[in-house]
Design a binder for this molecule. Structure first.
Ligand code: SIN
Ligand code: FE2
Length: 203
C-alpha cells in the first residue's frame, strides 16, 4: 500500500456517530440526494450523492465530472459545512486551509462504487478525508495504476480513512456494503463523507 494512507478505526464514538448522522440528515433535507450520471454514456451511478461546503462534486452526461457551487437539481448553493467536519479536518488533514467540499455518498445495501482516482481537484497536496457511517463496507485501495495490487479492508461506522501523501492519487473504491451490520441509520445503508480541498492552497 502507498505511503500516506491512514485508517483511523473507531475515530468517532457511537454517541458522536449519532450526532453526525443527524447532521447528515439535516444536510440531505436541504440538499436532496441525487443520482449522478456518467460522462458521455449518461449511465446513472448506483450511489446517491449530495454535498455541503462552498463547492460540490457533480457529474452528468454532458458536463462530466466537476465541482460547482450549486445543487444540480435545486440550483441552490450547497449548505454550509458543519463545524464538526472542519474540526475533523483540522485534527487529521495536516493542511493549512479549510476543506472546500464535502461529498456525501449514500450506499443502499448492494450498491458499490467502482475503482477510481479522486482527480477532479486542482489541489492534490491536500488529502481526502473520509468518514464512514452506518453499515460496514469493503473498501479497496491500490496504487497509481488501475492494475496495481489492491489492499481490501472493512470500513466500519465511525472510522476515518485518509488518502494523503503518495496515496492521494491511488485507485480506490467500495466493493460492497454489508447489509444490516449497523443500526445507526434507520432503513439501513451507509453514508460516507469525503472532505476535500478543491482549489490551489495559498502556499
Ligand atoms: C469515495 O471514494 O468517494 C468514497 C469512498 C467511500 O465511500 O468510502
Ligand atoms: Fe473517491
Amino acid at each position: 500500500m502507498l505511503d500516506g494512507f491512514t485508517h483511523l478505526s473507531g475515530y468517532f464514538a457511537p454517541s458522536e456517530q449519532v450526532e453526525l448522522i443527524k447532521m447528515v440528515q439535516k444536510l440531505v433535507a436541504q440538499a436532496p440526494l441525487f443520482r449522478p450520471k456518467m460522462p458521455r454514456s449518461g449511465k446513472p451511478f448506483s450511489v446517491k450523492m449530495t454535498n455541503c461546503g462552498e463547492l460540490g462534486w457533480v457529474s452528468d452526461k454532458d458536463g462530466g465530472y466537476r465541482y460547482q457551487a450549486t445543487h444540480p437539481e435545486t440550483s441552490r448553493a450547497w449548505p454550509r459545512m458543519p463545524e464538526r467536519f472542519l474540526e475533523l479536518w483540522a485534527d487529521v488533514a495536516d493542511c493549512p486551509a479549510d476543506p472546500e467540499a464535502c461529498l456525501i455518498n449514500y450506499y443502499a445495501a448492494g450498491t458499490k462504487l467502482g475503482s477510481h482516482v479522486d482527480s477532479d481537484e486542482a489541489e492534490t497536496r491536500a488529502p481526502v478525508v473520509s468518514v464512514s457511517l452506518g453499515d460496514d463496507a469493503v473498501f479497496h485501495v491500490g496504487g497509481l495504476k488501475r492494475s496495481d495490487p489492491k489492499t481490501r479492508l472493512v470500513l466500519k461506522s465511525g472510522d476515518v480513512a485518509i488518502l494523503g501523501g503518495e496515496s492521494r492519487l491511488a485507485y480506490h473504491g467500495i466493493d460492497r456494503v454489508m447489509k444490516e451490520t449497523s443500526e445507526l441509520i434507520g432503513g439501513g445503508g451507509r453514508f460516507n463523507l469525503t472532505l476535500r480541498r478543491v482549489t490551489p492552497l495559498p502556499m
